[in-house]
Design a protein. Structure first.
Length: 710
């Protein structure tokens, strides 16, 4: 699935990647994915990878050979297999500060900016590791420099070297008074003082945040030769009182016949600090709204819960979800949706206190954390304030939008002791709020225990539902991508319950499976779908194959094959017009059994497709032995098809299916862009909201009658 030629065995590649510390936080399968997705580049000696000043859009991992990093004609360092370079431009999005070229024949793995975002920005630990490597690297370069300069310019000679490198400023001070006694000219340039002025100053005056006692201890340890060199970070103050972060390196100078003096090398680390901030920003903040993200929220939650326990206080968690956000996003586009999210977060932020946190969890979901509560009444009032803030009209471009939101609230420690439970309960309460009619809030109550209640209600009513005729089949057309014509339809069950309202299959199929009601239900679906198909055909509509979903419980039921034979006979549907959809996981449970059942079904002449394909991607070999007609590519790959992984998987599935004489059908196609992409891949059919949602039988009949092309 690699989208480039490989110059190095995948085993060796994996070995090398494993040794790289910044990748050590990734799961092995993630590393494998990264290795497969990334481009390999083979370089002849002297090939330039990038020049100083180039725009950087990738970082590189050395797999083989040796790479030189240089500034102008000065060599900075060399990179051997197992090291990486070029990441600075990705983090800071600024031109390259150095050039890179191959010394010997070399092989690199290129990590694109998109990949970097995808893999690293979501992994704070990996980002922190990059940061550490970076500062270690800059330290290494500067230490190398400092020591070589020190040997050339012996400090014992009282010569202050004029360094123009990383350590621009060099000063000498008196360890008792901290008074400066020497300084190079660059120290004057950087601080804005004249040499005379600097000599009037003490180290503490130049670095006012330094603790004199601590500095004293440091000097003692140098004078007593306990440590040869001490380095620390502090803040320097210029003559105009502006400040800059600096790294100081202190060494003892022992003039032959006078008192000890201390030499200090100072490096302005503004850039490094900025980089650290960028990284922190990427790891802990949402890039769209600038709000804390899930990572930072988790940290803050942990702190808030610990403090609350200690002080006998409470913490409120508000789970907020915008109402109708999807409709706005779908009808006005993502940009409008993004702007709306930004405006919403601004409005809410205004209401909160400094110690409260609002975090974006992704999509249109926000969490508000209110620590240190003594009175929980405050929470309800706050929720009302938030609702009031979000209700007034939003102006997005030329549109005036009204959005409400639904809020669910859970309280520590009343509704849970752990972060996970509290978040889950606030989520449940939020759903309750939505049910109550949106733009409202709901406190979690133990009695609510939504899931359990819903489950009980579903189970209780499910038993009566078949007898009471509460089920209905909807149909969703499948479109031939080349011709645009309807190539088939999938029967999807709906339950219209007088007690529960319209219930979707994902909510009741699992329960029907557990209670084995699915056997009867499945039979009803099969019979109804086949009857309907024949009825349409008898009415003169074009013969159209119908597909029916089979649950694992049905699939392994001993009567399955005879039952289907019976339905074929009873309804007189030609077997090739019936298709059974089985999920990949069904096949993987008991392969031998699955193969024998599938062979029998296929002998009946019916068609078989694998549903939601790609989600259990591990073993593909077994497919070769199965009588399969269709692979249905799972929606998740189509939804974000422009992610490189997903498009690669989709391509692979189509190619695989073609090589095995199977047809492919893509699920969840919602945009023209996706359709175009699938058409280019020669995917056979597609199904999704772009063409039609699942529709009641009468509408499907109309659609077949008009012979509409899509
Ligand atoms: P499935 O077989 O993968 O069906 C496709 C699901 O995707 C359907 O959800 C369909 O409404 C939805 N869908 C279709 N096009 C789009 C689109 O463009 N975007 C999005 N976001 N969704 C789309 P539905 O009807 O809720 O069914 C869910 C699952 O429930 C089905 O997944 C299937 O596994 C199961 N199911 C449905 N009917 C039956 C049935 O009669 N028997 C059994 N055993 N399972 C069923
Ligand atoms: Mg299906
Ligand atoms: Mg599916």
């Amino acid at each position: 699935m690699s989208n480039s030629t490989s110059f190095i065995s995948s085993d060796k590649k994996k070995e090398i990647l494993k040794t790289i510390d910044i990748l050590s936080f990734f799961h092995e399968s993630t590393l494998e994915r990264l290795a497969q997705e990334s481009k390999e580049i083979s370089l002849k000696p002297e090939t330039v990878i990038f020049n100083e000043g180039d725009e950087g859009s990738a970082m590189y991992i050395v797999l083989d050979g040796e790479i030189l990093i240089y500034q102008g004609d000065k060599l900075l360092t060399n990179m051997l297999p197992g090291t990486f370079f070029g990441e600075m431009s990705l983090i800071e999005s600024r031109p390259r500060t150095a050039g890179a070229r191959a010394l010997v024949p070399s092989v690199l793995l290129e990590i694109s900016e998109t990949q970097f975002q995808e893999y690293f920005a979501t992994q704070p630990k990996a980002l922190m590791a990059i940061m550490k490597t970076l500062s270690a690297r800059s330290r290494k370069i500067s230490t190398g420099l400092a020591s070589s300069t020190a040997s050339k310019n012996d400090p014992a000679q009282n010569v202050i070297p004029s360094l123009d490198e990383h350590y621009r400023e060099v000063l000498v001070f008196q360890p008792k008074t901290f008074q400066f006694i020497k300084a190079n000219s660059l120290a004057c340039v950087d601080t804005g003082f004249t040499p005379d002025e600097i000599m009037q100053k003490t180290f503490i005056e130049l670095a006012p945040t330094l603790d004199p006692q601590k500095l004293s201890r440091i000097c003692d340890s140098l004078i007593n030769k306990i440590r040869p060199m001490v380095s620390f970070e502090t803040t320097f103050q210029r003559k105009d009182e502006s400040t800059y972060p600096a790294e100081c390196k202190l060494q003892l100078v022992e003039p032959k016949d006078s008192l000890s003096e201390i030499l200090v090398w100072v490096q302005d680390i503004t850039e490094r600090k900025q980089m650290e901030n960028t990284i922190r920003q990427m790891a802990y903040y949402d890039s769209l709204t600038g709000l804390p993200n899930r990572n930072l929220l988790n940290d803050r939650l942990a702190v808030a819960l610990a403090n609350a326990t200690r002080n006998n206080e409470k913490v409120a968690i508000l789970f907020l979800d915008l109402d109708h956000f999807k409709t706005i996003n779908d009808s006005l586009g993502h940009e409008a949706g993004d702007q709306l999210l930004q405006q919403v977060s601004l409005r809410i932020k205004e209401i909160l206190r400094k110690q409260d946190t609002i975090a974006r969890m992704g999509g249109d979901e926000f969490i508000i954390l209110i620590p240190g509560l003594t009175d929980t009444d405050h929470t309800a009032k706050l929720a009302e304030k938030i609702l009031d803030a979000v209700t007034p009209v939003f102006k997005i471009g030329d549109n005036e939008l009204y959005v409400g939101c639904s809020i669910g609230i859970s309280i520590f420690p009343d509704d849970g002791m752990e972060i996970k439970t509290l978040l889950k309960n606030s989520d449940l309460a939020m759903y309750r709020a939505k049910e109550k009619g949106r733009n409202t809030f709901q406190l979690y109550t133990p009695a609510m225990n939504f899931k359990a209640m819903e489950r009980l209600a579903v189970e209780k009513n499910l038993r009566k539902a078949l007898d009471r005729n509460e089920f209905e089949l909807y149909y969703q057309p499948k479109i031939n991508l080349k011709s645009g014509q309807i190539a088939g339809m999938e029967a999807l069950i709906r339950w219209d319950s007088p007690e529960l309202g319209l219930v979707m299959p994902n909510q009741f199929i699992p329960i029907a499976e557990e209670t084995r009601l699915i056997i009867q239900l499945g039979h009803w679906v099969l019979l109804t779908a086949c009857r309907q198909t024949i009825q349409w055909q008898d009415a003169g509509l074009p013969p159209t194959p119908v597909s029916v979903n089979l649950s694992v419980v049905q699939f392994t039921h001993p009567n399955l094959v005879s039952e289907i034979g019976q339905v074929l006979k009873q309804t007189k549907i030609p077997p090739y017009q019936l298709e059974l959809e089985i999920t990949e996981s069904v096949l993987m449970q008991d392969t031998t059994l699955a193969v024998s059942i599938l062979k029998k079904l296929s002998a009946l002449g019916i068609k078989i497709s694998i549903d939601d394909f790609g989600t259990g991607f591990s073993s593909l070999n077994y497919l070769k032995n199965l009588p399969m007609d269709y692979l249905k590519i799972d929606q998740t790959f189509i939804k974000d098809f422009n992610l490189r992984t997903n498009s690669a998987i989709t391509k692979a599935i189509v190619t695989l299916a073609q090589s095995m004489d199977m047809k492919t059908i893509a699920e969840g196609v919602e945009t023209e862009e996706q359709r175009k992409f699938l058409n280019e891949l020669n995917c056979d059919e597609a199904q999704g909201y772009l063409f039609s949602k699942p529709i009641p039988k009468d509408e499907m009949g109309e659609l077949l009658k008009t012979g509409k092309k899509f």
